[in-house]
Design a protein around this ligand. Structure first.
Ligand SMILES: Cc1cc2nc3c(=O)[nH]c(=O)nc-3n(C[C@H](O)[C@H](O)[C@H](O)COP(=O)(O)OP(=O)(O)OC[C@H]3O[C@@H](n4cnc5c(N)ncnc54)[C@H](O)[C@@H]3O)c2cc1C
Ligand SMILES: *[C@@H]1O[C@H](CO)[C@@H](O)[C@H](O)[C@H]1NC(C)=O
Ligand SMILES: *[C@@H]1O[C@H](CO)[C@@H](O)[C@H](O)[C@H]1NC(C)=O
Ligand SMILES: *[C@@H]1O[C@H](CO)[C@@H](O)[C@H](O)[C@H]1NC(C)=O
Ligand SMILES: *[C@@H]1O[C@H](CO)[C@@H](O)[C@H](O)[C@H]1NC(C)=O
Ligand SMILES: *[C@@H]1O[C@H](CO)[C@@H](O)[C@H](O)[C@H]1NC(C)=O
Ligand SMILES: *[C@@H]1O[C@H](CO)[C@@H](O)[C@H](O)[C@H]1NC(C)=O
Length: 757
């Protein structure tokens, strides 16, 4: 069954995307302060724009992008939502879904691909908490990384990574070269600080290792020579490998005395999402944030920094331009592009444009090869591999099928390799277009003996214009000039390419750059990650926690065709399940999903509890869309259920609760009409038996009170009093009919289940 969940899939479904566009136009037409003008491009060029400022006392924080950095910022703003007075948050994303470079995509053959090998490292407890909250299912893997390279004998070998600790697995000549280089730097420790990455490599690894591996490999990844890169980004902590210990290891290996697996350190495991790849993490993180803050398919094309006005082009309709004022701007757009579209009367802007254009970056080409059969034995135990030699375009290949069953159409029958290549800055013989990169990739994989062409069933390709931010010699001087210039104008450019610091450009760093910049903007707390990469990289950072109760409440609505007008006042908290025939939400809200019309409202509520068991808000309010007609049973004010639930009572008219001995009744008596008319699917179980099936105990002898009409609230603790399997058992009874008797039983059970006694 297809779920059209905006909250879950955002704009993957075209119909919903279209609807979002309509809503944006409609709401923005009314909200005069948000959008000053909606015009076509030709009008724009004819008429100078007029600017509308934010009303006095109001603040608007605009975030550009929805990758890990932006999501960190949004999550932090959401945590402090209660304290934000008169502040509005708007996220502008040119694509139709969140995730940025950390998205995943499933190809037509059913293979899933990340945009290059994404491994989760974490230097932060806040990052761990964020992922734990958002993603319930993880696979755990051994980090089995290898270099695959040609020795002086022209034979290729797998060298466990990091290569400097595994010199004993190299060809004898390479061993000697590497070792003598290490001995040289051990005996004559360099005194001068390194000026370039190349000097740093020589000082840390010696001449031999540089020649055998370091220079070749780094050139392939970064596309520039190691002499063109700075030495700041690598940090000071790297210890020179211990030459004596390596000598011992070589000796032991040669005499067959080295324990197998000795290459894996304590940090040998990493976790990976069981479903939907790396992108699944970020869509799940976004799912816990207010949907109405996000505007997808909105590309920023110009910013007037003097008047604080952004010009936006719809990526679905390129003639549709709009403008938006902001108070504070957080940008995760690549810094060179970003500064490129700024406009200002400030004469220093041209200089900023000139220097940001000198930032160096790589273009990454992702080639995913979907294959039938099994990986060959020599790949079966590998997570990923590095390739320093020039006889392949790629610098890294990930055995992606090893990470999760979800990455191939059928496990056991298929496997997959994800290959990453960096387009050389100075173009070589190969014209780096799709045809050539894909065929060069396949040729190398065949040549290396990893695959044969008849195994190939899928060829995925994507080019990332900005792949790696290169720590070039001029980088830090450029950033030191540009960032303060932007900050003086209330603009904070952060993230992998917004901040342009590779050393803090992983997902954990990116998320935290977003979180920390919000702490700085709101509370004046100094940033750590962007300000001091070496420090955050040398420790586990525990200074920030995800505030508990991030989501305070959620209103779950079971809907068929009733009016949803009342929901508008609670749109940011409303999670509507639609069981009718509509294909899109009537207005923007926190979440809108389709469900099959089975099992009455009880099925809806159970479905919600089962899917969100691990990330429930403090209070969940369950209502039928028509609850206001059930006066006397349901309170007219949905928010009234919050205090009631907090007081331990699921529904708020305790006086009106009828105590009945349901346990003794054969069937629910007052539904005789439905039974007689054949509207209800009658069950073989009495209410008491049903109770026993669910809870493994008889119902209370004296009967129990209940809430009528399916309107009630419950705290997270009340819901989690019962294990997940209780809810799963219950829903299994009602998957096959729109009006099963068990639905009526469940309606009578909520109070008792959730009473906090
Ligand atoms: C090949 C590769 C390998 C990687 N490996 C790892 C790894 O192993 N481990 C790890 O932790 N991380 C890894 N990363 C890094 C990870 O992908 C980044 O940390 C993360 O995606 C950066 O997040 P971000 O939000 O800063 O930027 P991005 O992900 O680049 O997001 C920027 C967003 O801004 C949007 N945008 C840009 N311009 C505009 C505009 N004008 N208007 C509106 N929207 C705009 C983009 O569409 C995008 O969604 C890797 C990245 C790459 C490319
Ligand atoms: C926001 O308003 C609340 C109560 O109205 C007040 O206690 C708080 O200090 C305000 N916060 C800011 C940042 O102004
Ligand atoms: C290097 O390794 C040897 C042998 O394992 C050991 O005795 C020595 O203390 C190590 N030196 C350093 C500086 O760690
Ligand atoms: C994975 O993604 C698909 C499609 O976007 C979605 O339907 C499904 O619910 C996701 N699975 C999980 C476990 O999040
Ligand atoms: C790529 O370039 C080659 C020439 O090197 C050309 O034959 C081919 O058609 C190009 N493919 C694409 C998709 O542009
Ligand atoms: C949610 O509950 C937690 C305790 O479980 C509490 O610390 C937090 O303040 C609550 N949040 C809201 C918004 O009520
Ligand atoms: C359902 O869709 C129809 C047709 O677009 C529309 O008229 C109706 O208002 C929608 N109902 C709800 C409740 O969204």
């Amino acid at each position: 069954m297809a779920l059209f969940s905006k909250r879950r899939q955002f704009c993957l479904v075209f119909g919903i995307c279209f609807y979002t566009a309509v809503i944006i136009v409609i709401t923005w037409t009314f909200k005069k302060d948000t959008v000053v003008k909606i015009a076509t491009k030709s009008e724009m060029t004819v008429n100078p724009r007029s600017h509308n400022y934010l009303p006095k006392g109001r603040r608007r924080i605009v975030i550009i992008g929805s990758g890990p950095t932006a999501l960190g910022a949004v999550q932090r703003l959401y945590e402090f939502q209660q304290e934000l007075n008169n502040t509005e948050v708007i996220v502008l994303e040119q694509r139709g879904q969140p995730g940025g470079l950390a998205v995943s995509e499933r190809d037509d053959q059913g293979f899933l691909w990340d945009m290059g090998g994404h491994v989760i490292f974490s230097h932060y407890s806040y990052f761990d908490q964020t992922l734990d909250r958002a993603v319930p299912n993880w696979n755990k893997h051994v980090r089995a990384a290898f270099a695959y390279m040609k020795g002086p004998d022209d034979k290729r070998r797998f060298i466990p990574y990091p290569v400097q600790h595994n010199i004993h697995t190299m060809h004898k000549q390479d061993q000697e070269k590497s070792l003598s280089g290490l001995e040289e730097i051990t005996n004559n420790p360099p005194v001068k600080p390194p000026r370039t990455f190349d000097e740093w490599l020589l000082q840390k690894f010696g001449k031999g290792l540089c020649e055998v591996f370091m220079r070749k490999y780094n050139k392939k990844v970064w596309t520039v020579d190691t002499t063109e890169m700075n030495s700041v980004w690598v940090g000071e902590r790297v210890a020179v490998p211990n030459a004596t210990a390596i000598k011992d290891k070589i000796h032991k290996a040669n005499s067959g005395k080295l324990a197998k697996d000795s290459e894996w350190g304590p940090n040998r495991f990493f976790r990976f999402p069981r479903y939907n790849g790396t992108g699944g993490i970020w869509s799940s993180v976004a799912k816990l944030l207010p949907r109405s803050w996000f505007k997808f398919h909105e590309k920023v094309i110009e910013i007037d920094v003097d008047n604080k006005v952004i010009t936006i082009e719809s990526t679905r309709n390129q003639n549709s331009l709009s403008t938006l004022s902001y108070s504070t701007l957080i940008s995760t757009v690549p810094l060179d592009n970003f500064v490129g579209f700024l406009e200002s009367k400030d004469s220093s802007l041209e200089r900023m444009k000139g220097i940001t254009a000198q930032l160096v970056y790589t273009h990454t080409h992702i080639v995913g090869i979907g294959l039938t059969g099994q990986p060959p034995d020599n790949l079966a135990d590998k997570s990923w591999m590095y390739f320093p030699d020039s006889d392949s375009p790629f610098y890294r290949v990930t055995v992606f099928s090893k990470y999760s069953k979800d990455h191939v159409p059928h496990t056991g029958e298929y496997w997959s390799l994800m290959c990453e290549s960096a387009e050389p800055i100075r173009r070589n013989m190969l014209n780096w277009n799709q045809t050539n990169v894909v065929s060069a990739t396949i040729e190398a994989l065949v040549n290396y003996g990893f695959i044969t062409t008849d195994m190939i069933v899928s060829k995925y390709y994507r080019r990332l214009d900005h792949g790696y931010p290169v720590p070039s010699l001029k980088r830090d001087a450029i950033l030191k000039a540009v960032q303060p210039w932007l900050e003086a104008k209330d603009i904070f450019s952060r993230g992998r390419f917004g901040g342009w610091k590779y050393e803090v450009g992983n997902q954990d760093h990116s998320l935290m750059q977003g979180v920390e910049v919000v702490d700085r903007i709101l509370k004046g707390v100094p940033e750590e990650t962007y300000a001091d990469p070496n420090r955050v990289n040398s420790q586990k950072n525990t200074g920030r926690v995800v505030h508990a109760g991030l989501k305070d409440y959620e209103i779950v609505v079971a809907h068929y065709d009733e009016s949803l007008d009342w929901v508008k006042s609670y749109a940011d908290h409303a999670h509507v399940y639609h069981k009718g025939t509509n294909t899109s939400a009537p207005f923007e809200m926190y979440a809108w999903e389709k469900l099959p019309n089975v099992g009455r409202e009880g099925h809806t509520y159970l479905h919600h509890i089962i899917t969100h068991y691990n990330n429930l808000p403090n209070v969940t309010i369950f209502l039928q869309a028509a609850f206001r007609f059930h006066r006397g049973f349901c309170h007219r004010n949905p928010l009234r259920y919050i205090s009631s639930a907090r007081a331990g009572i699921p529904c708020i008219h305790p006086d009106e609760l009828v105590v009945r001995k349901w346990g003794k009744l054969k069937h629910v008596a007052n539904f005789k009409q439905d039974r007689k008319a054949g509207l209800m699917r009658v069950t073989a179980l009495t209410f008491g038996e049903f109770y026993r099936v669910l809870f493994g105990a008889p119902p209370p002898k004296d009967g129990m009170p209940h809430c009528y009409c399916g309107c009630f609230g419950a705290t997270r603790e009340m819901i989690r009093k019962h294990p997940l399997h209780v809810y799963q058992k219950a829903i299994a009874f009602m998957n096959d009919h729109s009006n099963p008797e068990e639905g009526h039983y469940i309606e009578r059970l909520w109070y008792w289940m959730f009473l906090n006694s």
